[in-house]
Design a binder for this molecule. Sequence first.
Ligand SMILES: NC(=O)C1=CN([C@@H]2O[C@H](COP(=O)(O)OP(=O)(O)OC[C@H]3O[C@@H](n4cnc5c(N)ncnc54)[C@H](OP(=O)(O)O)[C@@H]3O)[C@@H](O)[C@H]2O)C=CC1
Ligand SMILES: CC(=O)N[C@@H](CCC(=O)OP(=O)(O)O)C(=O)O
Length: 344
Amino acid sequence: MNVSIVGATGYGGLELIRFLGNHPHLEIASLHTSSQFGRNIYEENAHLMHMDYKLEEIDAEAIAKKSDIVFLATPSGVSSKLISEFCDLNIKVIDLSGDLRLQTPGEYAQWYKKEPAPQHIIEKAVYGLAEWNKEQIEQADIIANPGCYPTATLLGLAPLFTEGWATGEDVIVDAKSGVSGAGKSPTAVTHYSEMNENFKIYKVNQHQHIPEVEQQLGRWFADTKPITFNTHLVPMTRGIMATMYVKVNRQTTKAELRDLFETVYANHPFVRIQPLGQFPSTKQVYGSNFCDIGVDYDERTGRVTIVSVIDNLVKGAAGQAIQNANILMGLKETAGLWSAPLYP
Ligand SMILES: NC(=O)C1=CN([C@@H]2O[C@H](COP(=O)(O)OP(=O)(O)OC[C@H]3O[C@@H](n4cnc5c(N)ncnc54)[C@H](OP(=O)(O)O)[C@@H]3O)[C@@H](O)[C@H]2O)C=CC1
Ligand SMILES: CC(=O)N[C@@H](CCC(=O)OP(=O)(O)O)C(=O)O
């Protein structure tokens, strides 16, 4: 089966190329750019010197003739425009941006400060949280790949919200990301001398992933109230850690809580639950599609602490997009993705 990538020169696109290069069933048919036509992908990306792909312009009809799936690894505000061109063609679309995730266009305009995609397209898009929406993903024509922070957050909160443990109130998410989460172009916030030996909070109570997390929590548990969700930049290249604090509607024990997580994710190979008393670090998932989760119950406060880590570029972007492509094409979910994290 053939796939094409639009936005191939960005971090998400490059990570798609890295994994697809080893995929047993998906083959890269073409790579597309809005600014580097005719150049070879390795010219600015020396780590791909063993590959030979000319960057092509973005022509939806030509892409649909070559490929079964197109990945849009483009900034928000771009897919919302490109998507219409692909919609009437015989090709599946997996969008890595935030453009198709929010079902209410007004909410997208409010949080992204951009024009939303057409309503009929948003309605067709299936939210690609691969562990939870598998049946819908199998039938989808358009997949909205989840954001990096929402992936770590939702996988951590899902057992409580789907199994009737959540009160729906007072959820606090304290999340941190490596700098590659901000994409390839350096900015005044992300360049070396600003980020090295620094630690920053940003978009306080205004992060665009807040409505995405609340939307999915509300699907699982209708009485979900607004969450507190804040994000920090850490001077590392990859990785997200979301530390979450949640009140539950029962007295429990650490062991019972861990059993819940273990049971819920028993058939989901990419989610690994830590033994009791152990908590994950970002390095243990580096370069991989795993989401590792540690849990604890604080008897003094009645709060649950959940720590969830992913690699933002893999499970948080390209890896989950390929996992979704696998589900969409009826392949084994782990195809092309079953590799150990890079360590140390
Ligand atoms: N980085 C991360 O950890 C994550 C990113 N995402 C999302 O994935 C998407 C890609 O992110 P990322 O790869 O980090 O971003 P980058 O900024 O690294 O890359 C984006 C790419 O999009 C292309 N592009 C820019 N403008 C246009 C345009 N007008 N039309 C078509 N293509 C364009 C550029 O390539 P060229 O100039 O060659 O066209 C660029 O290389 C974003 O929406 C991001 O929010 C989601 C989860 C995690
Ligand atoms: C570290 C960092 O800056 N991360 C970005 C993630 C952006 C992203 O993935 O954007 P969408 O998913 O909304 O398209 C941020 O916090 O905005």
